[in-house]
Design a protein around this ligand. Structure first.
Ligand code: NAD
Length: 487
């Protein structure tokens, strides 16, 4: 076991209810100060095969329990997560650099709800009956089978529970492949599942890097579903592998979301919300990263936002007043710096930031670049770090055209008089858009992106549709003799 602030974390895979040690390993670092947290096992092909086989063996009994039978077990699972809240928060913050305060107040309750909400919602799943004069159609949602769950490092606890909640609640069994740069909270989740009495094999975890461990997993022919959150390039590889075995995939990918400020916006609220885009050092898929501001209010908005950004506390995410933490990895820092440098060389003006932050080796200043052309790399590509761009527009039509001119289509933010903002937002090609707000989420609502931001939606009935095979059982109302002439 490695230890983070006195909290032990298993350094093993979790397969069929057993902790399995690996032979090869890789080092895990804390982005806060670069300290080595420990070694984690690198999953081999036989580890992955064992995990998939155990999930396949556990599937029939778990599915047969029904949603009512699974509910108490999953509720206990959520309680066990709650009982480990301190450990999960300290470990995830050290491992992924996420604000401790956000973990304590936002991510832990949400992770518990990710399990209980879907466990309860699954009970009403079988209620749908379509009645016609001829027959009753009982629409069943049968669990699909063995599901692979692959998540990125920017929100491991939240994203893993967001996927495993509906998968398990609807009767599937799972293999988790945690993100290699932040794998530790997943190990604690397996401990919680074990303590809650999840039957062996229902939930399995194999650590390791995307290649080779993740590749072994996605190519396994026994999989029924692949639920993936991560980058577009990995999604392409997954989609190709999944196509070989015709496995449905849910793909939640990157974004370059517009943050639109209309002439009639509450500028102070928009500016204050704008500064929030630097949360988690903008390693947040749904952050608005392209500011599109009406030319008449551009300078006033810029001044107000600069004031809020200047007051942001950048530093150790475990201190209670910190608002912006580190980047996850030296490679991520190098990527962010290179993006910034290339943009400046191409003529971008630095409105604020632009350099590394003195808080430590992996910290970068909240940055805003302007004077950028629409086809510039910094406008078109996801940085996944605290470097945003600001452009202006003169009309609604221009705002819509600029907002839609990207391969991404994840989310958006629009500030303005409500009817105006809503009418304009209806023409933005994204999976969701916040009007005069940011970050309001509900488990019943759909989440996901258009274009290169993904395929499919998660949340509520959309998660269940993905993790289930929908079947129509047709029962005629009176004796029915089929004929060749029938439609
Ligand atoms: P990534 O694609 O590099 O890795 C994501 C996961 O995929 C990791 O667990 C990794 O080990 C695994 N992986 C990598 N190659 C694989 C392969 N060949 N086969 C199987 N698994 C493989 O992404 P990342 O850098 O960890 O995450 C950042 C990206 O995630 C950003 O683009 C961000 O926008 C996106 N993201 C999207 C959402 C969303 O909900 N849309 C949420 C969070 C992050």
């Amino acid at each position: 076991m490695l230890e983070v602030k006195g909290h032990p974390v298993p350094q093993s895979h979790y397969i069929n209810g057993n902790w399995i040690e690996g032979h090869d390993s890789y080092s895990v670092f804390s982005p806060i100060d670069g300290a080595v947290l420990g070694e984690m096992p690198a999953g081999t092909k036989s580890n992955v095969q064992a995990a998939v086989t155990s999930a396949a063996s556990a599937f029939p009994a778990w599915a047969a329990l029904g949603a009512e039978g699974r509910l108490p077990i999953l509720k206990r699972f959520a309680e066990e997560i709650g009982q480990r809240a301190d450990a999960l928060c300290e470990v995830e913050s050290a491992d992924a650099g996420i604000l401790l305060s956000r973990l304590q107040h936002g991510i832990i309750p949400r992770s518990m709800l990710n399990i209980t909400w879907f466990a309860e919602a699954a009970i009403t799943l079988q209620d749908q009956i379509i009645e016609t004069p001829q027959a009753k159609h009982f629409v069943r949602h049968d669990p699909a089978g063995v599901c692979a769950i692959i998540t990125p490092w920017n929100a491991p606890l939240m994203l893993t529970t967001w996927k495993m909640g509906p998968a398990l609640a609807s009767g599937n069994t799972c293999i988790i492949k945690p993100p290699e740069w932040a794998p530790l909270s997943s190990a604690l989740l397996m401990e919680a599942a074990d303590a809650a009495g999840l039957p062996p094999g229902v939930l399995n975890m194999v650590h390791g890097e995307g290649r080779p461990t993740g590749s072994y997993l996605i190519s396994d022919p026994q999989l029924a579903r692949i639920s993936f959150t991560g980058s577009v390039s990995t999604a392409r590889e997954i989609a190709v592998e999944a196509a070989r075995n015709l496995v449905p995939c849910s793909l939640e990918l990157g974004g370059k979301s517009p943050f639109i400020v209309l002439e009639d916006a509450d500028l102070d609220l928009a500016a204050r919300t704008g500064a929030l885009m630097y949360r988690n050092a903008t390693q947040v898929c749904l952050a608005g990263t392209r500011f599109l501001v009406h030319e008449k209010i551009r300078s006033e908005f810029g001044e107000r936002m600069a004031k809020y950004v200047a007051s942001l506390k950048v530093g150790n995410p475990q201190l209670p007043d910190t608002e912006v933490g580190p980047l996850i990895h030296p490679r991520q820092l190098a990527k962010v710096e290179a993006f910034t440098q290339r943009a400046i060389e191409a003529g971008a003006e630095v409105l604020w930031g632009g350099e590394r932050h003195e808080a430590g080796d992996l910290y970068f200043q909240p940055t805003m670049l302007s004077n950028v052309s629409q086809d510039a790399e910094i406008v078109q590509e996801e940085v996944f770090g605290p470097v945003l761009v600001m452009q202006t527009f003169a009309s609604n039509e221009e705002a819509i055209a600029l907002a839609n001119d990207t391969v991404y289509g994840l989310g958006g933010v629009c500030f303005g008089e409500e009817t105006h903002a809503q009418a304009l937002s209806n023409q933005i090609n994204t999976g969701f858009i916040w009007i005069n707000s940011f970050g309001i989420r509900d488990l019943a609502a759909p989440f996901g992106g258009c274009k290169h931001s993904g395929i499919g939606r998660e949340g509520g009935k959309w998660s269940f549709e993905f993790f289930c095979d929908v079947k129509d059982v047709i029962v005629p109302k009176r004796t029915f003799v089929p004929s060749f002439a029938q439609r």
